[in-house]
Design a protein around this ligand. Sequence first.
Ligand SMILES: Cn1cc(C(=O)NCCN2CCCC2)ccc1=O
Length: 118
Amino acid sequence: VSCAKRAKTPNSELLFLPFRVLLAELEAHQDAWPFLSPVKLKSVPGYRKVIKKPMDFFTIKEKLINNMYLNQENFIIDVNLVFDNCQKFNEDDSEIGQAGHRMKRFFDKRWTELLRKQ
Ligand SMILES: Cn1cc(C(=O)NCCN2CCCC2)ccc1=O
């Protein structure tokens, strides 16, 4: 294949590498425990009714691996959905509410650092 042709199709893996790295950092964070997997709708009363679009880090990783994020925007929308859902369902001074605020602060910091690099 000629070089010109190869240059036109950047490896999408490379484009999304920062997202995978950032997601791995979120999952490794000590306050990530409430967000690592989907909220069990059967064991958390009211969650299904109150939260219209549940989201969690495991689901985001699955979507990333299956190339379901066509652009940065959709990835950011899902990450922010995790934190917005948390703030909606949990009191700010609750264990999970506090974890959500700390995780959001951590994400916002790392995301801006990542963007400044580009
Ligand atoms: C984000 N979020 C999570 C929960 C929750 O119960 N997560 C399960 C926590 N598990 C306990 C042992 C291992 C993990 C409830 C409300 C909520 O907004």
